[in-house]
Structure formats: C-alpha cells, structure tokens
Design a protein around this ligand. Sequence first.
Ligand code: HEC
Ligand code: HEC
Length: 193
Amino acid sequence: MRTPTSAPRSVALFAALSALATIAAGAQGCGPASATCVTTGTPVAPPADPLGATAQCTTGKTWACLNTGANFMNPGQPCVACHTTRPGAPRWTVGGTVYASAHEPDNCLGGPATGSDPVTIVATDSTMTERTATMVPGGNFFFDTTARPPFTNIRVRYQGRERQMFSPATTGDCNSCHTSAGMNGAPGRIVLP
Ligand code: HEC
Ligand code: HEC
C-alpha cells in the first residue's frame, strides 16, 4: 500500500483505497511521513456546484500511511477524537480538512488543486478569543492546543471569499460532523469558499 501505484481513475478505486485504510486503522504507522505516504492519482476538475457534487477525490491524492505523524495525515478523518486519546499524538482541540467539494472520501488529500493563496480558518473560542489557523498543503488545519469549545463565528476564507457556519460547534472535531456524507446536519465536507 506504500508503493505508489499507477494512476487511479475512478471514484470506485478511491473508495476501495479508503476502505483498505479503514480496515487497517489502528495498526502502527508505517515510518516517517514522506512522499511514499501519498498515492498520487489523477486530479479531477473541481465541480461547478461543490455542495451538490457527487463524491470525488479532487486532488487525486490519497494518504497511505495510517497514523504516522505529519500535518497532512489522515485527511477527512476526525482528528481530535484520536488526538485526545492516542499516546504520542499532540492534544489538538480543533482540527479538520478543507476540500474542493462536499463529499470527498476519507484519506483523500484536500485543499485547492491550484493556487497558492492561503486558506484560513477562523473561530471564536470559549474565552471569546478569535483564533486563526492556516490550512497546510493537503487540506488539513489545526489550532494550538489551548483553544476551548464551544466555538462560534466559524469561517473559512480563501481569495477574499468566505463560508460561515451559523450554529456554534460544541466540539472542535470539525470532521466528526463534516464527513463525506455529512453528520449531525452538516452538508458534508468543509468546502473551499
Ligand atoms: C487515528 C489517529 C489519528 C488521527 C485520526 C489523526 N492523527 Fe494526527 N497524529 C496521530 C499520532 C499518533 C501522531 C503522533 C505520531 C508521530 O509522531 O509519528 C500524530 C501527529 C500529528 C501531527 C504532527 C505533530 C508534530 O508536530 O509532530 C500533526 C500536525 C497531526 N497529527 C495533525 C492531524 C490532523 C490535522 C488530523 C485530522 C485531519 C489528524 N492528525 C488525524 C494520530 C492521529
Ligand atoms: C456538531 C457538528 C459540527 C461540527 C463539530 C462542526 N460543524 Fe460546521 N456545520 C455543521 C452544520 C450542521 C452546518 C450547517 C448549518 C450551519 O451553518 O450552522 C455546518 C456548516 C459549516 C460551514 C458552512 C457550509 C456551507 O454551506 O458553506 C462551514 C464553513 C463549517 N461548517 C466549518 C466548520 C469548521 C471549520 C468546524 C470546526 C471548527 C466545524 N464546521 C465543526 C455542523 C458541524
């Protein structure tokens, strides 16, 4: 699974890769994160209607290294659930992944397919302090370990555009609701503005 394979061409293959990673979840990481932690396939054009789009892995790239520490690790998975329990994992209180469309599979790397403008994630924490994180390449973001829920005024900013979450979040585990299908009323993934 670490060996880069030829270009995956279908959503079905991405789904199969995600399923394999899920089956293997809980196993040890597979060494230091490196280029071999990513299986590179064919990127797909971002859909015209990102929220209404069917499932696709826009970047064409899939994380392939289980729980090896790297800022682009386990994209799409609930970061905080693991980071509050797993020995050795930093105690992030806010983490998640930004995607080009709403139903991207777990372990698909996110973020803009092109362009280098930073994507920022803003939220006000329990002390009414506004926190800001910058998305890393691969779509993930995380705040420092001192931000406390509930979070309000949650926004994602990119190229002068913005998407806002209107309800407060009782947890900073963004991907626990922003799953591929969407949980607890979320429309699916956190999508680029
Ligand atoms: C199933 C468990 C699990 C999930 C899910 C997970 N992580 Fe991790 N993460 C770990 C472990 C364990 C480490 C430390 C392992 C190591 O250093 O090799 C780690 C390390 C990291 C590090 C490196 C910290 C450092 O400075 O060394 C970052 C950054 C990180 N995770 C971000 C995230 C983000 C963002 C997400 C969600 C998109 C996430 N992780 C999801 C288990 C997880
Ligand atoms: C408890 C579940 C839950 C958690 C946790 C959560 N969200 Fe949401 N999110 C929702 C729901 C439900 C909506 C749609 C209704 C709304 O805007 O309040 C939403 C909407 C959004 C939107 C707007 C989507 C659009 O239509 O443009 C963004 C952006 C967003 N969330 C970002 C985040 C970020 C960033 C985090 C983590 C800090 C987060 N969410 C955590 C449930 C959640």
